[in-house]
Design a protein around this ligand. Sequence first.
Ligand code: NDP
Length: 251
Amino acid sequence: MASVNSPLAGKVALVTGASSGIGEATAAALATAGAKVAVAARRADRLSALAGRIERAGGNALAIEADIASNGDIAAMIDKVVAQWGRLDILVNNAGIMLLSPAAEADLDDWRRMIELNLIGLMATTKAALPHLKAAKGHVVNVSSVAGRVANPGASGYAATKFGVVAFSESLRREVYADKVRVSVIEPGLVRTELGDHITNEQSKAGLDHRLATMEALTAEDIANAILYAVSQPPRVNVNEILIRPTDQER
Ligand code: NDP
């Protein structure tokens, strides 16, 4: 699959939340562009299937079962990537959950789970990867959301995590730019994936289903293309932020 002319030839990437949706599409796109790709999430069967598809197409893949809400799993995940390929150039922090509900009805455990994964997990993964990313003059891509820029009613807990991702990314950029480490934050609008499947608040779930039924949502590949664009630029170009909505989406 990869040739020396592939834009990411020789690069090693790690994509979290790669067992479905945006992460799966991004891992496939990075592999097609020539990167060796480690794919991490909890559903090991889905990761093995993805790694198999990448390898059958001539690429290099490594499936890593990891819970990004666990510090131990995060450390082991980074170690496995570096043990396998000796470096880490591109970290795509994509794993996330969206447990929508109005604040008054929120399940506190849902809020905690979102903060632990979407925010602390992303931050801890970045911290664990930073020594390797500095050594490689690498790139961190953090998947936030339009909800990290626009705080809509019914999404307060989720938006709090995604605003946090945007803030963390900008602080990080200013800490590591002198090491030639680039930081990009990706802010998708509505994408048709499994993300809404875990919402337990019936009204919130119905609202999301209605939006999906009445607009042409983005595809996971649309976001993978945006991430591929960001990581394929020459080293002098630091694409800091991509806000990408479906044409049909107002807010
Ligand atoms: P999916 O539900 O399809 O993918 C989520 C991924 O995260 C899965 O691979 C899942 O794998 C993984 N994940 C969930 N919990 C954990 C965990 N504890 N540890 C490791 N991995 C975990 O949804 P999307 O592809 O849509 O979501 C990807 C990212 O995009 C998220 O951060 C989301 O917030 C963001 N986003 C999505 C939008 C959309 O409209 N779909 C819009 C804006 C942003 P597994 O269950 O196997 O662990």
